[in-house]
Design a protein around this ligand. Structure first.
Ligand code: GLA
Length: 740
């Protein structure tokens, strides 16, 4: 599949406006079938089959989701559940693909609407369908009113990952109000021993993997904050008992939406697990006038029998080949330097030039100036909104600094936080009405700033033009796009009261619109999604940004578990990780420069230290490790990740291994928190190598046992493994095996 057709395949499902779909390349034969005699749809790849059908009532009923079935294998028939006693009629216990709230539904609805006459009953039945390559569109309609929902499906032939979304249309003659709209409901086989895996956190402590049993009742993962949030990330995995990192069934999914979202997980009365996800219904209402429609975000989901490790690898590959702007072959992430921890707001031409000189000496490829370069931005009380170069700090504009950075062989990146405004700014003084707020009510500030209402077209257009000018006037290769608070008082007073809550959708569409149009106008531009660290990481923003800032927590030991959690859902290729100073500001923990580098080299390497305080020895170490990183970065960023030893739950050890996509190289990172009682470091058995091939050992840091061979077969490294001589506190090792 070509890049363009791949992009369009998912653009077909997307909720954001894109160009008109172009002709598709043919998918693998037999990917999608409809059997007219049984009314069953199957979406199949060599690994996965997903099936649903139209039952005798006309409901779209989920039938099967799991490992590949042959076309002559029997599938369950689409027949409604019998129900259970007078308290649980059949509609509620029949697993529907997209249950609307109406009839007898007590589980989470995918769609809930309210009509102006007070009726709130909606019962969706099959009307028609179209199949176009790997796309399936099934049209449902209410049993009496002309409300239609087109369910859109797609399947990636390589990973078996499905994409689902819904398009809701009001064909009645009166407005209706959508009060709840999910992208999809996913139904899993019945079971009483499911575990739910999800990611939670807070500022500077993102990406904690939570694992809990699925019990009767709902488990709600959500953000009510207007953006993705640090607190929960829109990713889930569900596993039956016995599934681990390396084997066992996993159903997993990720929602492509950067606004308020919700995923609910609940067993029904037959212990079938339902996962429903889309717009967060909290404070949600979207009025559809006659003829209007609403698209939901896309909810991606997959299945593997290969454990949580394989689920992550499938998602990583999918993100690299289908989601990221440079898919299917993103270029290697450049090693970058960022000035934030070195200077904070205290940036100026001479200081940045000095840092750039030093960064170039160690092999940095991209120099990024962070906050403080614009308006009256001497601290976080002023200046946001005024994207003009501060003349005191940069009397000749940005040009001399950019020219210097280019002369040093690096490209130039800049920090921006376009969606925000400080009340102490020229922009706010001119347009106090541009912020989200309820008139006459207090406006809660976060970091002394307010949120601009991007849902307003004038605000959206203003931001686009300001950024477009900045990028046109200066040779800027990269924007670090920050977002440092969540929504409060989300009023949009220019709209009629009944339309104000559209802000939850319209804001995010405007954000995507700006990012998309900037990319179109400046095709070489790369963007990092940052929100006070990892507060806006999801498959929606990843379609338009090239990397993400994982966390403001740059403590290299804390980072091991932060990065471990991150990789359950997202590829290390986008996981920006800086080497900063020691002791680190977060915990006052002291670690060696080599330890800090190895921790950051597990992702996309950056350096955020105050280089003016480095010794010659530090520069030599850094230069060596940056060179080493460049020799392994494609393996780390785009290879297959094996989480060998998890750093979670106080483990003194942790180890990861990446295998390059062509199998020619593998990289092992191992970390020791502290040794005790004379115990040796656990022997490490590598994974994913060709047993017959021979691999030569290259040590980047640390020391293997003296009996370790210089070269051996893949079978040897996997079966006998490698003994690393790690001892002491905060020790680390990295070794590479190159196929001979
Ligand atoms: C956020 C980011 C940091 C830095 C500061 C600048 O906190 O996450 O990396 O850019 O803003 O104000």
């Amino acid at each position: 599949m070509t890049h363009r057709s791949t992009w369009l395949m998912f653009a077909f499902l997307a909720s954001i406006p894109t160009q008109a779909p172009a002709a598709e390349t043919a998918p693998a034969a037999d990917t999608v079938r409809y059997d007219g005699s049984t009314h069953i749809f199957t979406l199949s790849t060599p690994q996965v089959t997903y099936a649903f059908g139209v039952n005798e009532r006309g409901e779209l009923q989920s039938l099967y989701w799991g490992g590949h079935l042959n076309s002559d294998d029997p599938l369950p028939t689409a027949k409604s559940d019998t129900g259970s006693a007078s308290f649980d009629p059949s509609t509620g216990s029949t697993p529907q693909e997209y249950p609307a709230w109406g009839s007898a539904l007590y589980t989470e609805p995918a769609l809930k609407v309210s009509f102006p006459d007070g009726n709130r009953d909606l019962v969706l039945h099959y009307l028609s369908h179209t199949i176009n390559g790997s796309h399936v569109a099934v049209l449902l309609k209410d049993i009496s009113r002309d409300v239609r929902v087109e369910l859109r499906y797609d399947i990636d032939p390589d990973s078996g990952i499905l994409a689902r979304s819904a398009h809701i249309e009001n064909h009645t003659s009166k407005p209706l109000s959508v009060q709840q709209a999910a992208a999809a409901t996913w139904n899993l086989p019945a079971g009483n021993d499911y575990m739910l895996h999800s990611l939670s956190g807070r500022w500077a402590a993102e990406w904690h993997l939570d694992q809990r049993p699925v019990l009767p009742g709902q488990t709600v993962l959500e953000s009510r904050r207007g953006s993705t949030s640090h607190q929960n990330n829109p990713w889930f995995a569900l596993t039956p008992a016995g599934t681990g990192e390396d084997s066992g069934p996993v159903w997993f999914g990720a929602l492509a939406w950067s606004g308020s979202w919700r995923i609910t997980v609940e067993p029904d009365l037959r212990r079938r697990i339902r996962v429903t996800g889309g717009y967060n219904p909290f404070d949600f209402s979207y009025r559809l006038a006659p003829g209007e429609s609403l698209d939901t975000p896309v909810f991606f989901a997959g299945y593997t029998p290969g454990g949580l490790g394989e689920a992550s690898r499938l998602l990583h590959r999918f993100e690299l080949t289908h989601v990221l702007p440079q898919a299917p072959q993103p270029r290697a992430r450049p090693v970058l330097y960022n000035s934030w921890e070195a200077t904070e707001f205290n940036v100026n031409e001479a200081g940045q030039m000095k840092l750039a000189d030093m960064a170039a000496r160690i092999g940095v490829e991209r120099f990024v100036m962070d906050d403080g370069w614009f308006g009256a931005r001497d601290n976080d009380h002023a200046g946001l909104g005024d994207w003009v170069v501060n003349p005191r700090k940069f009397p000749h504009g940005l040009q001399p600094l950019i020219a210097k950075v280019h002369d040093l062989g690096m490209d130039f990146g800049l920090w921006v936080e376009p969606e925000m405004v400080n009340p102490d700014s020229a922009l706010y003084r001119k347009h106090p009405d541009w912020v989200l707020s309820f008139p006459g009510r207090p406006r809660t500030e976060g970091r002394n700033q307010l949120v601009l209402n991007l849902a307003r077209q004038d605000v959206r257009d203003h931001l686009f033009h300001v950024l477009d000018d900045l990028l046109t006037q200066n040779d800027i290769a990269f924007l670090k796009w920050d977002y440092n608070r969540n929504w409060t008082e989300p009023g949009w007073s220019e709209q009629k009261p009944e339309d104000q809550q559209r802000v939850y959708v319209a804001y995010v569409h405007s954000l995507y619109w700006i990012l998309q149009h900037l990319r179109e106008r400046h095709p070489k531009l790369e963007i990092e999604s940052c929100s006070g660290g990892g507060g806006r990481v999801d498959l929606g923003i990843m379609r338009l940004t090239d990397e993400v800032w994982t966390s403001d927590n740059t403590d290299p030991f804390d980072r091991l578990s932060i990065q471990d959690g991150f990789t359950y859902a997202y590829t290390p290729g986008v996981m920006m990780a800086w080497v900063t100073d020691s002791p680190n500001w977060v915990n006052q923990r002291s670690t060696s420069l080599e330890y800090r580098f190895l921790s950051s080299m597990q992702g996309s390497l950056g350096i955020g230290a105050d280089l003016t305080r480095w010794s010659d020895q530090d520069f030599q170490t850094a230069k060596r490790l940056v060179t080493d990183y460049k020799s392994i970065r494609m393996t780390v960023q785009q290879g297959l990740l094996y989480r060998l030893i998890s750093p979670r739950d106080g483990s003194p050890y942790s180890a990861t291994q990446s295998v390059s996509s062509d199998g020619a190289q593998t990289v092992l990172f191992a970390f020791l928190h502290s040794s005790s009682m004379l115990y040796p470091y656990p022997r490490i058995h590598l994974k994913g190598l060709d047993p017959q091939a021979r691999y030569r050992l290259r040590v980047l840091a640390g020391k293997p046992d003296e009996n370790t061979p210089k070269e051996a077969s893949g079978a040897y490294w996997m079966s006998d493994g490698i003994q690393l001589m790690l001892k002491g506190d905060f020790q680390a090792a990295a070794v590479v095996l190159d196929r001979t």
